[in-house]
Design a protein around this ligand. Structure first.
Ligand SMILES: *Cc1c(COP(=O)(O)O)cnc(C)c1O
Length: 360
């Protein structure tokens, strides 16, 4: 039986590799001969402990993680980190670089815990580009600098890592983690909600430099303390076991694809093909500055906005799902994370060319 899988351009929860879902399906009723699924097992048992340890080891291998970093598998999505980060690390004041709506949400959450300075914001320019290093107004006494390497809604991505001197750099990598190699040593902490490039929603991966664990800037419940989570191997309470298992399958899939440099090649060529198509057709438009265009989220508008509903109706019918832009910005958006195959891009551009010819 062949199973019809659509090309799903949803920004998140996003499509997962078919191979990963098939493996999870095959293992669902009887994981490692136990006659139970992995989600029906004690998180303290040997089998799940091994799943958890392997997922951590594979993620560390993919990122070539330096020894002075810890991986935590936490809950509450990336949004929980907006507050948890500040609870743990915001001692007095922090710098935030804002290039979109997620960055603004992070600012809002952090304000409950200290002084937040906007080191740069492109909001007055409708978030159409990332600021340059020279534009960053950084405070050497800040507890940290926070930024959003890829703004998922606007499709704006930094093509460089901000240099922050001795001040730890924190990145919300939710929609770009594992899309290419990353030099983690440039960061104090990175975090990423799982549902774009890692696995099911709810799970959030935190990678933190060990010296920052001691900071504990504010009184907080033990559950929210990075240090306490690290001491308990992210198992103060029951972790999202099935999410960690699926993330582990995705990490193994990434290793089989050739790791992150292979993903970088794959993702860059997918994104370039889509932008080349959009730029080559007057019927479509992407407003983002060329040097800030995202490899993962590609927003575009139609020359005639009144055709948007029809575009979405016909693209759905063609098996190209969830191309509507975020409710706050409208237009279209194709999210093309690791699991989106090249054939999905080709099917999308073929549909777009045909639609423009018929309707333009
Ligand atoms: C999706 C996303 C979030 C929110 O993730 P949740 O898991 O829903 O909390 C935060 N930041 C970025 C950059 C995102 O793409």
């Amino acid at each position: 039986m062949t199973i019809a899988r659509s090309y799903n351009f949803c920004s998140g929860p996003a499509m997962l590799p078919t191979e990963v879902l098939q493996q999870a399906q095959a293992e669902l009723l009887n994981f490692q001969g136990q006659g139970s699924s992995v989600m029906e097992m004690s998180h303290r048992g040997e089998i799940f402990q091994q799943v958890h340890a392997q997922a951590k080891a594979d993620l560390a291998e993919l990122l070539a993680l330096p020894a002075d970093y810890e991986i935590l598998f936490l809950q509450g999505g990336a949004t929980a980190q907006f507050s948890q980060l500040a609870m743990n690390l915001l001692q007095d004041k922090a710098d935030y670089i804002v290039t979109g709506q997620w960055g603004n949400k992070a600012v809002k959450a952090a304000k409950a815990y200290g002084q937040v300075n906007i080191a740069a914001s492109t909001q007055s320019e409708n978030f159409l580009r990332a600021p340059t290093q020279a534009e960053l107004n950084l405070d050497p006494d800040a507890s940290y600098v926070h930024y959003t390497p890829n703004e998922t809604i606007g499709g704006v991505e930094f093509n460089y890592v901000p240099q922050t001197g001795a001040v730890p750099l924190i990145g919300d990598f939710s929609s770009t983690i594992l899309s290419r190699p990353l030099d983690v040593s440039q960061f104090g902490m990175i975090y990423a909600g799982a549902q774009k490039n890692i696995g099911p929603s709810g799970l959030v991966v935190v990678i933190i430099r060990k010296d920052l664990l001691a900071r504990q800037a504010h009184a907080m419940p033990e559950l929210f303390s990075y240090a306490a989570q690290q001491q308990n191997d992210s198992m103060i309470n029951t972790p999202p076991t099935f999410g960690i298992y699926l993330a582990g399958l995705v990490f193994q899939w990434l290793k089989r694809q050739g790791g992150l440099s292979a993903m970088a090649e794959h993702n860059q060529s997918k994104a370039e093909a889509l932008y080349r198509f959009i730029d080559g057709h007057d019927f479509y438009h992407n407003p983002i500055a060329h040097d800030s265009r995202s490899w993962m989220n590609v927003p575009f508008t139609l020359a005639d906005a009144s055709l948007e509903k029809e575009f979405l109706r016909q693209s759905e019918a063609a098996g190209l799902h969830t191309l509507a832009g975020h409710r706050s910005v409208g237009g279209m958006r194709a999210s093309i994370y690791n699991a989106m195959p090249r054939a999905g891009i080709d099917a999308l551009t073929a549909f777009m060319a045909d639609f423009a010819k018929r309707m333009g």
